[in-house]
Design a binder for this molecule. Structure first.
Ligand code: ADP
Ligand code: ZN
Ligand code: ZN
Length: 817
């Protein structure tokens, strides 16, 4: 009897590929194990066993596999059925899904480049002979390709060696970025809790009568705490009291002072001493009970809770209950909201059971989480992760939490699979018969619609924790302010007044501007010419810090012009403004305060973002200027004022979701204000204060926004009423892309008639020298999705058979965002 396996290859192939195996291999292999297989003339890949059978392939001669790479499966049956769904629904291959789903260390292939891990000392005797040869070669050469290894080892199959070296952490695979970061450890002091009542304090001071220096320290600590409510650094106290650190240490040893670190003791610092989860307030309890009741009839439930209503604490209670039942929990967040703030909050409750899965983590960290899950280790019962964590090997998933479910970054844009992690999570939960809770202060129209249709359950939480009022939102008409000369740069008099007052009270400010850089348009005052990116169809943005012009689409940059390229005039002006310009202006307006900026330009690297958040949290910064990065679920305690510098460019963005998104963005960023005791304040500067969305934002009128936007979606046949699939064609030749798009659209029209829109050039029609053209297919609620996709597949196949079109790239984006 002849034995075969069908495997998934990590390349975009329509079909599974068949290899032949021996009888012994057949009895050893299991579905979900990896094998190294030859492919094409020279390539070798890591493939995944999809099925084991005895059916000889009809159209080609099956090759032998090289080697079996695993002793037990690394992908379980639930994952395979999930992959299959992703591939069908999002119209991509299983190979595409596999690439997204497995840590790249699992997918060694002939193109992989390896280098030595310099952070780990490996003793020679810990290496097998072949491992040693590779390791030694890496002492002399910074990197090696698989091909090099084949010659060094004089054998074809080198993947097992690499695999072993990776397990020993002796090597890295390239494409990974490594950065070391030690969280900043700031030492703070406070009076020990035993001494916070008046009488006992009196006793201390008396007891210290014979130690005047120590007494001085305590008195100084008092003075400092009376002056502001900021936590007090050890360094500050030594300086102000003129005491040596030995004296402070004595006080700590005596148990009068207590030293703590913000990084590790953030929770304690606010007075909550225990590690037990918090007592929910009455509103939270009600919501918590409602969620559980809802789960009985609706496996998917939407929790609409205003910002700072304490949704996270409700999640914590749900997690506790799932763990008690022995179930795993997946807690999904937009990548950028996955901050140490939240991680430490959860670790405080659940300790080691929390595992974090983040694309910025190193290959080793990701493999570790994957392996822990595979072994159902106690270390990985709660996975806190960004969108790709839906692909982890869960065994007994009981609950999925999707926080900030409205976030568009849950949708993978490029490459395939172009999945939406929230929607895919619902399917994943269904495979395990688990529950899904979607949470947001500003739900997506999609989820809210599903809830109103009773497809999802629904629970509302309308009060902020501590009953703090929602911030007061004021619209500032800057057209009028300009007319009356009440503007300083981009700041209205109202904004400046509120800022000054906030700073005077020792509180913090967030300023939001949706563009980075200094100014998005540079223009010649003489001839009107403005410099464009040579590779893309957009104007270059001026970045003052580097005195550069930069393209935000392809990264192209050049020095700022001294004179106009068209007419030679030196009279060059910049129009519009980004975060960089705001930062510069704030520094001039408030020279005595510390300003920081948070946008793509200041947060590169693994911890760039964390550093800024931490220093803002520790109140080392008074004013934080930033882009929408600021909106992602951050919980700052001392922010009173949020300023939105210009609401208009978001509202005018050419996209059918622009209004919904502006609403979400503005309410989310507003939600950063006044989260503890005092009511916060939000100022929105706009040329158009009567815009419906702004009115709805200022009255926190989600339902009003929902109804009005849904009317539009109905009228214009947009999601969530109709589904849509966007087809993008790309080619460097303008005419070719036009021809191809016309052909494609015409074929689609024969099937879908009026439900095909386009082809049309997008607002930015050329990116990296490729022309883009879009076709949109609208799918009415009753039309079968499966049949629709089948028809598109057919057309796509015929398209690819046309010789002239073969070089045109076609991108299918289901439920495009
Ligand atoms: P949301 O996620 O709804 O924006 P959070 O869960 O971050 O709100 O809660 C807002 C703040 O209120 C947090 O600082 C949190 O620690 C605090 N908080 C929420 N619920 C409780 C509770 N039951 N007891 C004590 N503090 C709470
Ligand atoms: Zn000019
Ligand atoms: Zn460009």
């Amino acid at each position: 009897m002849l034995y075969y396996i069908d495997v998934i290859l990590p390349v975009p192939l329509e079909k599974l590929f068949t290899y032949s195996i021996t009888e012994a291999e057949a009895s050893f292999l299991q579905v979900g194990m990896r094998v190294a297989v030859p492919f094409g003339k020279t390539k070798m890949y890591t493939a995944l066993v999809h099925s084991i059978h005895t059916n000889k392939p009809l159209v080609y001669e099956a090759k032998d596999i090289h080697q079996i790479l695993d002793e037990t499966p690394i992908v379980n049956p639930e994952q395979l059925s999930f992959w299959q769904w992703i591939s069908n629904y999002y119209m991509c291959t299983l190979g595409d899904v596999m690439r997204a789903a497995l840590p790249s260390a699992f997918l060694l292939e002939s193109e992989t480049i390896i280098s030595k891990n310099n952070e780990k000392e490996i003793a020679n005797e810990d290496l097998k002979d072949d491992e040693f040869l590779v390791y030694e070669a890496l002492q002399y050469q910074s990197s090696l390709k698989i091909q090099d290894l084949i010659s060094i080892l004089d054998k074809k199959n080198v993947l097992p060696v690499i695999k072993r070296l990776l397990e020993k952490e002796a090597i890295h695979l390239q494409e990974e970025i490594y950065e070391k970061y030690k969280p900043k450890y700031v030492r703070y002091v406070k009076l020990h809790s035993d001494y916070t009542s008046e009488t006992s304090l009196q006793n201390v001071l008396e007891a210290l009568n014979r130690a005047p220096k120590q007494k001085q320290v305590i008195m100084t600590l008092f003075m400092l705490s009376a002056k502001s409510n900021k936590p007090i650094k050890v360094a500050e106290l030594t300086e102000a009291s003129q005491a040596s650190s030995a004296i402070i240490k004595t006080l700590v040893d005596k148990g009068i002072l207590e030293e703590y670190h913000i990084q590790t003791d953030r929770v304690n610092y606010f007075g909550e001493e225990n590690e037990a989860s918090k007592q929910l307030n009455e509103h939270q309890i009600k919501a918590f009970e409602e969620v559980k009741t809802s789960f009985k009839t609706h496996a998917v439930t939407l929790l609409h809770g205003v910002t700072s209503s304490g949704k996270t604490e409700i999640y914590v209670k749900l997690i506790e209950e799932a763990l008690a039942k022995g179930e795993q929990v997946l807690y999904l967040l937009p990548e950028i909201a996955l901050t140490t703030q939240l991680v430490s909050r959860l670790q405080n409750y659940f300790g080691e059971q929390v595992a974090v899965f983040h694309s910025k983590y190193s290959i080793h960290e990701r493999v570790e989480v994957y392996t822990n899950l595979l072994n159902n280790s106690a270390k990985a019962q709660i996975i806190l992760g960004a969108r790709s964590s839906i692909f982890l090997p869960f065994k007994n998933l009981g609950l999925i939490l999707v926080d900030e479910e409205h976030e568009q970054s849950f949708k993978q844009f490029d490459p395939a699979p172009r999945y939406h992690a929230r929607d895919a999570a619902v399917v994943l939960a269904n495979i395990f018969k688990a529950k899904t809770l979607l949470g947001s202060a500003t739900p997506s129209l999609e989820s809210y619609y599903n809830a109103r249709q009773n497809k999802y359950g629904f629970v509302a939480l309308k009060t902020r924790f501590n009953n703090v009022l929602m911030p007061e939102i004021e619209l500032v008409d800057i057209k009028d302010k300009h007319k009356r000369k009440k503007m300083k740069g981009h700041f209205s008099d109202r904004m400046l007044e509120e800022m000054a007052e906030t700073l005077k009270a020792g509180q913090q400010i967030i300023l939001f501007q949706n563009r980075r850089g200094f100014s998005p348009i540079v223009e010649c005052n003489t001839c009107g010419n403005s410099p464009q990116c040579p590779n893309c169809d957009v104007s270059l943005t001026y970045h003052q810090y580097r005195n550069q012009l930069r393209c935000h689409y392809c990264g192209y940059h050049s020095a700022m012009l001294l004179k106009c390229m068209a007419c030679g005039s030196p009279d060059i002006d910049s129009k519009g403004f980004g975060t960089e310009q705001i930062e510069v202006e704030v520094k001039e307006l408030f020279p005595n305060h510390k300003v920081a900026r948070m946008d793509l330009d200041t947060t590169r690297g693994k911890y760039g973002y964390e550093k800024i958040i931490t220093s803002f949290e520790q109140q080392e910064v008074d004013i934080l200027v930033g882009t929408q990065m600021l909106t992602k679920g951050l919980d700052f305690r001392n922010v009173r004022l949020v300023g939105i510098m210009n609401a208009d460019n978001m509202l005018n963005f050419p996209d059918f979701r622009a209004h919904e998104r502006s609403f979400q963005l503005m309410l989310q960023v507003s939600g950063r204000a006044g989260r503890t005791e005092e009511r916060g304040k939000v100022l929105i500067q706009t040329y158009n204060p009567f815009h419906k969305i702004l009115q709805q934002v200022s009255t926190n009128d989600y339902l009003g926004m929902y109804k009005e936007q849904m009317d539009e979606r109905f009228n214009f046949k947009y999601p969530p009423v109709y589904r849509q699939i966007k087809i993008t064609l790309k080619h460097k030749d303008y005419n070719r892309v036009n021809m191809a798009a016309d052909w494609y659209a015409k074929s689609l029209r024969q099937v879908f008639a009026a439900f095909v829109l386009g082809p049309e050039f997008p607002p930015v029609s050329r990116i990296r020298n490729q022309f883009h053209k879009n076709i949109l297919i609208k799918i009415p609620p009753k039309q079968s999705l499966g049949k629709t996709k089948e028809a598109i597949h057919k057309i796509d196949t015929s398209f690819n058979a046309v010789k002239d079109f073969r070089s045109v790239r076609v991108i299918l984006n289901v439920d495009n965002y």
